[in-house]
Design a protein around this ligand. Structure first.
Ligand SMILES: [Zn+2]
Length: 215
Protein backbone atom coordinates (compact mmCIF):
# COMPACT_ATOMS: atom_id res chain seq x y z
CA UNK A 1 0.00 0.00 0.00
CA UNK A 2 0.97 3.68 -0.50
CA UNK A 3 3.70 2.73 -2.98
CA UNK A 4 4.03 6.21 -4.53
CA UNK A 5 4.29 7.83 -1.10
CA UNK A 6 7.01 5.32 -0.15
CA UNK A 7 8.91 5.90 -3.40
CA UNK A 8 8.89 9.69 -2.90
CA UNK A 9 10.00 9.18 0.71
CA UNK A 10 12.96 7.01 -0.31
CA UNK A 11 14.08 9.51 -2.98
CA UNK A 12 13.99 12.39 -0.48
CA UNK A 13 15.88 10.37 2.16
CA UNK A 14 18.57 9.32 -0.34
CA UNK A 15 19.02 12.90 -1.58
CA UNK A 16 19.29 14.25 2.00
CA UNK A 17 21.97 11.66 2.73
CA UNK A 18 23.84 12.57 -0.48
CA UNK A 19 23.71 16.21 0.61
CA UNK A 20 25.50 15.31 3.84
CA UNK A 21 22.54 15.94 6.14
CA UNK A 22 22.34 12.39 7.54
CA UNK A 23 25.77 11.20 8.64
CA UNK A 24 26.02 7.75 10.25
CA UNK A 25 22.45 6.88 9.21
CA UNK A 26 21.06 9.64 11.42
CA UNK A 27 17.76 11.40 10.78
CA UNK A 28 14.45 10.04 9.57
CA UNK A 29 11.72 10.92 7.11
CA UNK A 30 8.00 10.26 6.98
CA UNK A 31 4.93 11.05 4.91
CA UNK A 32 1.18 10.59 5.35
CA UNK A 33 -1.67 9.89 2.94
CA UNK A 34 -4.09 12.68 1.98
CA UNK A 35 -6.78 11.36 4.35
CA UNK A 36 -4.28 11.53 7.23
CA UNK A 37 -4.88 7.92 8.25
CA UNK A 38 -1.50 6.26 7.63
CA UNK A 39 2.15 7.22 7.99
CA UNK A 40 5.09 5.74 6.08
CA UNK A 41 8.46 6.25 7.77
CA UNK A 42 12.07 5.31 7.10
CA UNK A 43 13.20 2.26 9.07
CA UNK A 44 15.77 2.61 11.84
CA UNK A 45 19.46 2.20 11.12
CA UNK A 46 19.00 1.36 7.44
CA UNK A 47 21.31 2.05 4.52
CA UNK A 48 19.13 4.55 2.61
CA UNK A 49 20.60 3.87 -0.82
CA UNK A 50 19.52 0.21 -0.58
CA UNK A 51 15.93 0.91 0.51
CA UNK A 52 13.03 -0.42 -1.55
CA UNK A 53 9.31 0.22 -1.06
CA UNK A 54 9.01 -3.12 0.77
CA UNK A 55 11.40 -1.82 3.45
CA UNK A 56 9.16 1.10 4.43
CA UNK A 57 6.85 0.33 7.38
CA UNK A 58 3.31 1.72 7.44
CA UNK A 59 1.87 2.88 10.78
CA UNK A 60 -1.67 3.85 11.67
CA UNK A 61 -2.53 6.97 13.67
CA UNK A 62 -2.08 5.04 16.95
CA UNK A 63 1.48 4.20 15.98
CA UNK A 64 0.74 0.53 15.31
CA UNK A 65 2.67 -1.07 12.47
CA UNK A 66 0.12 -2.30 9.94
CA UNK A 67 2.51 -3.21 7.10
CA UNK A 68 6.12 -4.23 7.37
CA UNK A 69 7.04 -6.46 4.42
CA UNK A 70 10.80 -6.64 5.03
CA UNK A 71 10.52 -6.80 8.82
CA UNK A 72 12.51 -3.59 9.35
CA UNK A 73 11.46 -1.58 12.40
CA UNK A 74 10.09 1.94 11.94
CA UNK A 75 12.39 4.73 13.09
CA UNK A 76 12.35 4.98 16.89
CA UNK A 77 11.41 8.66 16.47
CA UNK A 78 8.00 7.90 14.93
CA UNK A 79 6.16 9.50 17.89
CA UNK A 80 7.74 12.86 17.10
CA UNK A 81 6.61 12.59 13.46
CA UNK A 82 3.01 11.83 14.49
CA UNK A 83 3.09 14.76 16.93
CA UNK A 84 4.13 17.06 14.06
CA UNK A 85 1.18 15.89 11.92
CA UNK A 86 -1.23 16.25 14.86
CA UNK A 87 -0.08 19.86 15.24
CA UNK A 88 0.09 20.88 11.60
CA UNK A 89 -2.76 20.08 9.20
CA UNK A 90 -0.71 21.44 6.32
CA UNK A 91 2.13 18.91 6.78
CA UNK A 92 1.99 15.77 4.68
CA UNK A 93 5.68 14.93 5.09
CA UNK A 94 8.19 15.44 7.89
CA UNK A 95 11.97 15.56 7.68
CA UNK A 96 14.23 15.23 10.70
CA UNK A 97 18.03 15.37 10.53
CA UNK A 98 21.04 15.90 12.80
CA UNK A 99 22.72 18.14 10.19
CA UNK A 100 25.73 19.77 11.77
CA UNK A 101 25.21 23.50 11.36
CA UNK A 102 21.51 23.58 12.27
CA UNK A 103 22.12 21.16 15.16
CA UNK A 104 24.93 23.35 16.47
CA UNK A 105 22.44 26.20 16.81
CA UNK A 106 20.05 23.79 18.56
CA UNK A 107 22.82 22.77 20.96
CA UNK A 108 23.40 26.43 21.85
CA UNK A 109 19.66 27.06 22.21
CA UNK A 110 19.96 29.78 19.59
CA UNK A 111 17.46 30.38 16.78
CA UNK A 112 18.80 30.64 13.24
CA UNK A 113 18.25 34.26 12.25
CA UNK A 114 17.15 34.63 8.63
CA UNK A 115 20.37 36.12 7.28
CA UNK A 116 19.90 34.97 3.67
CA UNK A 117 16.91 34.80 1.32
CA UNK A 118 17.05 31.00 1.33
CA UNK A 119 15.18 31.34 4.65
CA UNK A 120 12.08 32.33 2.67
CA UNK A 121 11.63 28.71 1.58
CA UNK A 122 11.04 27.47 5.13
CA UNK A 123 9.02 30.45 6.32
CA UNK A 124 12.19 32.18 7.75
CA UNK A 125 11.32 31.39 11.39
CA UNK A 126 12.88 28.76 13.65
CA UNK A 127 11.71 27.83 17.13
CA UNK A 128 13.44 25.92 19.93
CA UNK A 129 12.39 22.76 21.78
CA UNK A 130 13.89 21.52 25.06
CA UNK A 131 16.18 18.49 25.26
CA UNK A 132 14.52 15.09 25.75
CA UNK A 133 15.57 11.54 25.06
CA UNK A 134 15.38 10.66 21.33
CA UNK A 135 12.32 8.50 20.70
CA UNK A 136 10.59 9.57 23.93
CA UNK A 137 7.01 10.73 24.38
CA UNK A 138 8.38 13.91 25.97
CA UNK A 139 10.39 14.72 22.86
CA UNK A 140 7.29 14.18 20.72
CA UNK A 141 5.26 16.54 22.91
CA UNK A 142 8.04 19.14 22.85
CA UNK A 143 7.71 19.85 19.12
CA UNK A 144 4.01 20.75 19.28
CA UNK A 145 4.23 24.27 20.70
CA UNK A 146 7.13 25.42 18.47
CA UNK A 147 5.33 24.07 15.39
CA UNK A 148 2.39 26.33 16.14
CA UNK A 149 4.73 29.28 15.58
CA UNK A 150 7.22 28.12 12.96
CA UNK A 151 7.72 25.41 10.34
CA UNK A 152 11.16 24.57 11.75
CA UNK A 153 11.99 23.27 15.23
CA UNK A 154 15.52 23.11 16.60
CA UNK A 155 15.71 20.21 19.07
CA UNK A 156 18.12 21.03 21.88
CA UNK A 157 21.22 18.74 21.88
CA UNK A 158 19.69 16.72 19.07
CA UNK A 159 18.77 18.05 15.61
CA UNK A 160 16.21 19.79 13.46
CA UNK A 161 12.70 18.98 12.26
CA UNK A 162 10.44 20.46 9.62
CA UNK A 163 7.51 19.45 7.45
CA UNK A 164 5.99 20.25 4.11
CA UNK A 165 3.34 19.41 1.57
CA UNK A 166 5.24 16.31 0.36
CA UNK A 167 8.57 14.52 0.89
CA UNK A 168 10.46 16.63 -1.61
CA UNK A 169 9.11 19.85 -0.11
CA UNK A 170 10.13 18.78 3.43
CA UNK A 171 13.57 17.73 2.14
CA UNK A 172 14.12 21.07 0.41
CA UNK A 173 13.08 23.00 3.50
CA UNK A 174 15.44 21.12 5.82
CA UNK A 175 18.25 21.61 3.28
CA UNK A 176 17.63 25.38 3.24
CA UNK A 177 17.66 25.47 7.06
CA UNK A 178 21.10 23.88 7.00
CA UNK A 179 22.27 26.32 4.29
CA UNK A 180 21.18 29.38 6.26
CA UNK A 181 22.70 28.00 9.48
CA UNK A 182 25.97 27.48 7.63
CA UNK A 183 25.94 30.97 6.08
CA UNK A 184 25.12 32.49 9.46
CA UNK A 185 28.00 30.60 11.04
CA UNK A 186 30.50 31.68 8.35
CA UNK A 187 29.32 35.29 8.51
CA UNK A 188 29.98 35.28 12.25
CA UNK A 189 33.52 34.01 11.63
CA UNK A 190 34.28 36.65 9.03
CA UNK A 191 32.90 39.61 10.89
CA UNK A 192 32.98 38.50 14.52
CA UNK A 193 29.61 40.11 15.18
CA UNK A 194 25.96 39.22 14.80
CA UNK A 195 25.01 39.31 11.08
CA UNK A 196 22.04 41.45 10.08
CA UNK A 197 18.78 39.53 9.71
CA UNK A 198 16.41 40.13 6.82
CA UNK A 199 13.31 41.92 8.18
CA UNK A 200 9.98 40.10 7.88
CA UNK A 201 8.65 42.82 5.58
CA UNK A 202 11.29 41.99 2.99
CA UNK A 203 10.25 38.34 3.02
CA UNK A 204 6.63 39.42 2.54
CA UNK A 205 7.65 41.69 -0.34
CA UNK A 206 9.68 38.82 -1.79
CA UNK A 207 6.59 36.63 -1.46
CA UNK A 208 4.51 39.16 -3.43
CA UNK A 209 7.26 39.41 -6.03
CA UNK A 210 7.45 35.61 -6.44
CA UNK A 211 3.65 35.25 -6.64
CA UNK A 212 3.35 37.98 -9.26
CA UNK A 213 6.29 36.58 -11.22
CA UNK A 214 4.47 33.26 -11.50
CA UNK A 215 1.26 34.81 -12.81
ZN1 LIG B 1 17.03 12.40 15.83
Amino acid sequence: MLETLKEELIQAAIQAEKDGLCKNKSGNFSAIDQKRKFMVITPSGSERKDLSVDDIPVLNWNGEVIENKSGLKPSSEWKMHLAAYETRNDFFAVAHTHSHFATSFAICGKKISPVAFEAYFYGWKTELADAFLPGSKELAESVKKPLQIADVVLLKNHGVLTGGKNSEDARQKITYVEDVAQLYFYALQIDGKEPTSIPEKQFLDYHDYCCNANK
